[in-house]
Write a protein that binds this ligand. Structure first.
Ligand code: PEP
Ligand code: MN
Length: 293
């Protein structure tokens, strides 16, 4: 019998709520990010720097990934850093830059929100809000995200089970926002040769249990630039609805996550390979029709 973690009885006997469950919604949900459809037959590519660092860095990277075929631009303005002394992001200045280059390139923008107090501000600039791994169980933030009208990119907690991940998404849906994309970004295991262990088995599992789109982040999933292309291709082969990848115009100078960021040329080369993999599994990489560059 099919066991959906969201259908399991909780202590006290009642069934857990299950808006995320395929049982409540058989068809795949399509999440629309300012016109870009995620969760349909086409695979969506989200690319850009880990963090917005400067106008030049963001704009050059964005123009290049746009030309290479990316569909959505990523870039953190508020960064969750392990050390309080590391670069914390450009804040609202970064959001303004994202919004400017979004208008120029036509690429919708996804950026992280770390705190309930930032939701309104970030929503006023971004097309999709990212809730990062470290905040996957920040329940007030999940509820606030559920009340806002922007799509949410929810990243799997680095120590979270599939059940916890789906229940975190349930928090957002329970507040009336069903525009949620799930992102597998690697989990912590005993293995230390990679930054995280990219759990690609989560993709078919999540797609089986839930109707929400599932994407993969091979950048944080591996921490290793040279391994990103292999895992990106594997993610498409295993059924991911999209990828989110870090790309930097000069990875060696990046203020954040340079060692896992693809160069502009590496991104272009990977896109060529991804088209072949997508075709092999009867899909295509999304080509946006509203080209402005
Ligand atoms: C990110 O995508 O910028 C990020 C910080 O990722 P994660 O939350 O998965 O660590
Ligand atoms: Mn990063």
């Amino acid at each position: 019998m099919e066991i959906n973690p969201c259908d399991k009885p909780v202590k006290g006997g009642s069934a857990l709520p299950s808006r995320v469950s395929r049982k409540s919604h058989e068809e795949n949900t399509i999440v629309t990010v300012n016109g870009v459809r995620v969760g349909g037959s086409e695979v969506v590519i989200i690319a850009g720097p880990c963090a917005v660092e400067s106008r030049e860095q963001l704009f050059e990277t964005a123009r290049s990934v746009r030309a290479g075929g990316a569909n959505i631009l990523r870039g953190g303005a508020f960064k969750p850093r392990s050390s309080p002394y590391n670069f914390q992001g450009m804040g609202e200045e970064g959001l303004k830059l994202l919004s400017l280059i979004s208008k120029e390139t036509g690429l919708p923008v996804v950026t992280e929100v770390m705190d309930t107090r930032q939701v309104e501000l970030v929503s006023s600039y971004a097309d999709m809000l990212q809730i990062g791994s470290r905040n996957m169980q920040n329940f007030p933030l999940l509820k606030e995200a559920g009340m806002c009208r922007k799509p949410i990119l929810l990243k799997r907690g680095m120590m979270s089970t599939i059940e916890e991940f789906l229940l975190a998404a349930e928090y957002i849906l329970s507040q009336g926002n069903d525009q949620v994309i799930l992102c597998e970004r690697g989990i912590r295991t005993f293995e230390t040769s990679t930054r995280n262990t990219l759990d690609l088995s989560a993709v078919p599992m999540l797609k089986r249990l839930s109707h929400l789109p599932v994407i993969v982040d091979p950048s944080h999933g591996t921490g290793l630039r040279w391994m990103v292309p292999s895992m990106a291709k594997a993610a498409v082969a295993v059924g991911a609805d999209g990828l989110i990848m870090e790309v930097h115009y000069k990875p060696e100078t990046a203020l954040c996550d340079g060692s896992q960021s693809l160069s502009l040329d590496e991104f272009d080369g990977l896109m060529t390979d991804l088209r072949k993999i997508a075709n092999a599994v009867d899909r295509e990489i999304l080509v946006q029709k509203t080209t402005t560059v």
